[in-house]
Design a protein around this ligand. Sequence first.
Ligand SMILES: [Fe+2]
Length: 299
Amino acid sequence: MPEIEAIMGEGDDRNIALTHRDCNYMQALEGDIDTSHLGFLHVGGIDGEKLDLSDPEVFTVTEKAPKINVTVTNYGTMYSAQRNAFEGTEHHRFASYLFPFWVTYPGGELENAVTANAWVPIDDDSTMIFNIDLRRASGGGKKGFKYKDGTPVEGLARPLEYLPNTTDWKGRWRPVKDRSNDYGIDREWQRNGDSYTGVVGVPMQDQMIQESMGHIVDREMEHLAASDRMVILTRRVMLDAAKEYAATGKLPDFVDHPEYARDARGGDIVVPYGTDWLDGYEEKMAEVKGYKPKMAAAE
Ligand SMILES: [Fe+2]
C-alpha cells in the first residue's frame, strides 16, 4: 500500500466514509482533480462578498478562474490552483493524484489536512469511494464556509443518507438519492439563486454530475481548456505508465517506493505574492513534517 498519511493513521470508523458511485472510476476521480468546478457546482449559489474572509478557502468562491500549476511527481501528479489573496499574498490550493487510484484532496489548511480518496473500480461502470479524513472524528478536519456574522453556510456537508446494504454485488453503500429520484433536486431552491444545483451536499452534487453523464462518457465530446491541465497531465502519466508496462513489463518506481506517498498532501496555503508554487508547498511541508519533501519525478 502507498504510505499516504491518511491511511497510516490511527483507526476510527468516523474518519472513513464509503459511497457507491454508478460510473467508471476514472470519470469520478477526474472530478477530484478538477479544482475549479468547486466555484460553480458547489458554491456557485453563494455570494462571496457575504463570507467571512479570514478563511483563505473563501478565495475559491470569490475567484472562479484560478491559474492551474501542474507537475509530474514520483508518485503521480500534483497541482495547485493559484489565486490572489489578501493584500500582497497569493492563495494556493494543492492536491495530488497517486497511482493507481488515490487523490489527496484539499482538506482545509495544508498544515492540518490529512485526507485521501480512493476511487476503487468495482467494474468498468461502477466505483467504490473510500473517503478518508484523519481529523474528522476529532472535529479538526475541513471546517466549511461561514458568513461574516459567524453562521455556517448550509447545504454543503455530509453525511449522506444510505439505503440498507444488500448482498447484491453492487448492493452496498448506495445513497438514497440517485437518478431514480433526480438526486432530490429542488428546482425552487435553484431558481431563487441560493443553490447552483438545487441538490444538497457536495458529495451528492458530484454524484449527480458524474453519474448523469453516463457510465463512461464519450471523451470525443470534450473541449479541454486551461482549467483542465491537471486532468490532461494525469491521463498522460497514466497512459504512459500503462504503455511502458505493456512494452517492457516495468512498473512505476512508486510500486517499490510506497514512502513517496508521505510527501503528498492536499490543502491550502497563503504565501507572499510571487512565491514559486512548489517552493511554497515544500516550505510548508518542511514546517509540518520536519523535513523537506522530494517529490520530483526521476528523469
Ligand atoms: Fe466536486
